[in-house]
Design a protein around this ligand. Structure first.
Ligand code: PEP
Length: 234
């Protein structure tokens, strides 16, 4: 399975290095064979030589250039980064990235062969409008994305479940994931308030190929416990 941690705007470079080294030791000790991805804050990136794959939370679709405040692919290359998160709800809804911008970013990093974790998910208002409106919204997030890209991973993250402690029921996750699996055969992660207390149940669902964890991954032991759950289930 794929177990991913989005560290968001947390942990300094020193703390991130400690986090990654601890996580690698824990993974070595448990002989885990799960695919583990960690997305640190941009300024905390560093070359990392362990089992954990370090990815970027964001980058601009350019090698370099006049894009103040952004980093380009050559800055990722400096740290050996070949994995990127695209379409996270905080980038869509807090930072205002449009589908068009996300597609440009997706295509740029696809052309470089990056592993791309592409996030989709609906706000609460759309879920409340009913299934048709919700699926229409999610379908639009697939527009322009090459669903046959070999290094694609999709993460379904309902916006209302991110950082709120709320999660859909297991049946809701299973139903939605089954629909998303019909659209695309890439591995499909669930994200949104996953923690030690619910990770086993989520990972045990048939249509879940892994999890993307935010807040609860900041505790490295807890994140490792979730990796161990995946190992037990697989
Ligand atoms: C996320 O940011 O991708 C996420 C799933 O956050 P949390 O686990 O904190 O809901």
């Amino acid at each position: 399975m794929i177990i991913a941690a989005n560290l968001k705007t947390n942990l300094t470079r020193k703390q991130t290095t400690e986090y990654l080294n601890t996580l690698d030791s824990l993974i070595d000790a448990s002989n885990s064979t799960q695919e583990v991805l960690v997305f640190p804050a941009t300024s905390s990136l560093n070359p990392h030589a362990g089992k954990v794959i370090v990815g970027a939370q964001n980058a601009y679709p350019a090698t370099n250039g006049a894009f103040t405040g952004e980093i380009g692919s050559e800055h990722l290359a400096e740290f050996g980064i070949t994995t990127i998160l695209i379409g996270h709800s905080e980038r869509r809804h807090v930072l205002g990235e449009s589908q068009e911008e996300l597609v440009t970013k997706f295509n740029f990093y696809k052309d470089l062969g990056f592993k791309i974790v592409y996030c989709v998910g609906e706000p609460l208002s759309l879920r409340e409008e009913g299934e048709e409106a919700m699926m229409k919204y999610i379908d639009a997030q697939y527009e322009g994305i090459d669903l046959n890209y070999k290094n694609l991973i999709i993460a379904y993250e309902p916006v209302w479940a991110i950082g709120t402690g709320l999660t859909p029921t297991s049946k809701d996750i299973e139903d939605l994931h089954s629909k998303l699996k019909e659209k695309c055969s890439a591995p499909l992660l669930y994200g949104g308030s996953v923690k030690v207390a619910n990770a086993k149940e989520v990972l045990g669902l048939k249509s879940v190929d892994g999890i993307l964890v935010g807040g609860a991954a900041l505790n490295v032991e807890d994140f490792n416990t979730m990796i161990n759950f995946a190992q037990e289930i697989e």
